[in-house]
Design a protein around this ligand. Structure first.
Ligand code: HEC
Length: 115
């Protein structure tokens, strides 16, 4: 599993269980609406930023810890902001759980042109 000392990622934490917890995913959705929709779209299917509902991941494998690392560090040169100064570690985890919960949700939907 991916590890990152800064985030204090816990190798034994069951992130997949959090993905099934609607309290956490709806809190994550609020954080996403406030901070991420402008670039990734209301449906997470991509605007300036890429589609987050497919199974293609440029950074990592689409697991909660991998998403947390991308969101924390950002990819500033490509237009993805770093959120470590703007969101708390808990908020980053919560929003990552929400994004993970939508992973693969575009199955059956036609390919979006924005990647
Ligand atoms: C200003 C526009 C912008 C905002 C706001 C933004 N993103 Fe992004 N995001 C991007 C861009 C552009 C990329 C693609 C970076 C690249 O390809 O190197 C990206 C990439 C990502 C990736 C990596 C996808 C992959 O395939 O590995 C994740 C995950 C992500 N963003 C999540 C978020 C979350 C969560 C938020 C809100 C906290 C957010 N983004 C806010 C523009 C944005």
């Amino acid at each position: 599993m991916t590890s990152c000392a800064y985030l204090g990622l816990n190798e034994t934490k069951d992130y997949e269980a959090l993905v099934k917890d609607s309290k956490i995913t709806s809190a994550g959705q609020s954080i996403f609406k406030k901070n991420c929709v402008s670039c990734h779209g209301e449906m997470l299917d991509g605007l300036v930023g890429p589609d987050l509902t497919d199974e293609r991941w440029k950074y990592g494998d689409g697991t909660v810890p991998a998403i947390m690392i991308t969101v924390t560090e950002g990819v500033e040169k490509n237009g993805m902001p770093s959120w470590k100064e703007k969101l708390t570690r808990e908020d980053i985890e919560t929003v990552a759980v929400f994004v993970r919960s939508r992973r693969g949700s575009n199955e059956g939907r036609p390919e979006s042109s924005a990647h």
